[in-house]
Ligand binder design. Structure first.
Ligand SMILES: *Cc1c(COP(=O)(O)O)cnc(C)c1O
Length: 439
């Protein structure tokens, strides 16, 4: 597989874009090679600028639950293009989109559209603080909520990959409003509430973590948070930017039967266009301007193209009752196939999966928090990633991300991935017969 054009473009890009990329997560640094420049996608397939073809298990990091260029999404975008690209004024489609979100996710009684997941979490946190009149927020180590200043503390994703737990440029006072606690550690949360209860505005979490690799909530964890928040008048925020409309139509809250006060959305709800949303109980959302005193706005919020794409996406998901079972079956097939290949090869591998989010961790520990995820052999992951890429399997370029399966992945593509993994893992066993060195 040749990557000459990608390589030349990457040199050019680095002159004018920091690190040559517009988001650190796509830089391939953690896996020890240069990124591949993508030319186009169709269904679950991708082609790079050098003409190499891949099966895509990134799906733009979550949004493409229906694959690239889904006909209904493309048709809706073409229709919207005929009207203009933006008005900065109310439109019919954004009301339909809000109604559909509220219908599918009943804990959301009112919703505001924004342009990214980061904006959604930033705004939800501000509303929680405005509503409660309190400053402090609990977050969980290894959970990522976008690049919101006060939440760039012990965040997973790109930060975990780069090995920096805190970002530069965040005033100490901002970070000090955040209490980072271990994921799935209900006892630590209980303790924090007994110390700070009446100062806690919000608890924000990924109800299924995806940004330290896929880490499901332990039984009872979400309910324990729900109870503590209710007892203390604290706003429980489920950051469902990744899980919303993915782990189930109604998100993680419908899967686990725990109701948050506020929810943040993004990724899938845009069908690949830039969009996010935050919403929740009417009583809380009434604090948002112009109804209430918490300011939040956006020139391009509710953008007609993003809303058209998103609305088509949500309608397609709601209109196809079999879709979540199909994607569940494909994802289970992938998980079982790769795990059995690892066993055959004698490579220590642990996997976590919730619906179409799957992570293969290069460790023999169970992974239910950041310490578990951090025990992985990231050197070995890097080798696996590079070899899989050479086999035409495009994976997330970090141990601390989830593989995303879409409805466009058929048995053929799942089996291509399993066969590639079997080949690569067998090769690992040959080159590293003893216990692999820790990265
Ligand atoms: C991706 C993600 C975000 C940030 O969304 P952006 O659109 O990248 O700003 C926030 N929270 C979670 C859980 C995410 O996975």
């Amino acid at each position: 597989m040749q990557h000459e054009l990608s390589s030349a473009l990457f040199k050019e890009a680095q002159q004018v874009i920091p690190g040559g990329v517009n988001s650190p997560a796509r830089a391939f640094r953690a896996v020890g090679r240069e990124p591949v420049f993508i030319a186009r996608g169709d269904g679950c397939r991708l082609w790079d600028v050098d003409g190499n073809e891949y099966v895509d298990f990134v799906g733009s990091w979550g949004p493409l639950f229906l694959g690239h260029r889904h006909p209904e999404v493309i048709a809706a975008l073409e229709g919207a293009l005929d009207t203009s690209t933006s008005f900065g004024a109310p439109t019919v489609a954004e009301v339909k989109m809000a109604e559909l979100i509220c219908e599918i996710v009943p804990s959301i009684e009112m919703v505001r559209l924004v342009n990214s997941g980061t904006e959604a979490t930033m705004s939800a946190l501000r509303v929680a603080r405005g509503y409660t009149g309190r400053d402090l927020a609990i977050k969980f180590v290894g959970n990522y909520h976008g690049h919101v200043d006060s939440l760039l503390v012990k965040a997973g994703s790109g930060l975990a990959t780069l090995g920096i737990s805190d970002s530069g440029g965040v005033p100490e006072g901002f970070a000090a409003t955040t209490l980072p606690l271990p994921y799935n550690g209900a006892a630590a949360v209980q303790e924090a509430f007994s110390t700070y209860g009446d100062r806690l505005a919000a608890v924000i979490l990924e109800p299924v973590a995806g940004n330290m690799g896929c880490v499901p909530p332990r039984p009872g964890f979400l309910q324990a948070l729900r109870d503590l928040c209710s007892e203390n008048g604290t706003v429980l925020i489920f950051d469902e930017v990744m899980t919303g409309f993915r782990v189930a139509l109604g998100g993680a809250q419908s899967l686990y039967g725990v109701t948050p006060d506020m929810t943040t959305l993004g990724k899938v709800i845009g069908g690949g266009l830039p969009i996010g949303a935050f919403g929740g109980r009417r009583e809380i959302m009434q604090h948002v301007a112009p109804l209430g005193a918490v300011y939040q706005g956006g020139t391009l919020s509710g953008n007609p193209l993003a809303v058209a794409g998103g609305l088509a996406m949500l309608r397609a998901l709601r209109g196809d009752p079999g879709i979540y079972d199909r994607v569940e079956a494909s994802s289970a097939r992938l998980q079982a196939g790769v795990m059995s290949a690892a066993e055959d090869a004698g490579v220590k591998l642990t996997s976590n999966r919730v619906g179409s989010m799957v992570t293969f961790f290069f460790t023999d520990r169970t992974v239910h928090d950041w310490d578990g995820a951090a025990s992985c052999d990231t050197e070995l992951f890097g080798h696996y990633f590079r070899e899989m890429l050479a086999c035409g399997i495009y994976l997330p370029c970090s141990q601390f991300e989830a593989v995303f399966v879409s409805d466009a992945h058929g048995e053929t593509e799942i089996d291509l991935a399993i066969n590639a993994a079997a080949k690569v893992l067998a090769g690992v066993a040959e080159t590293q017969p003893a216990s692999p060195s820790q990265g």
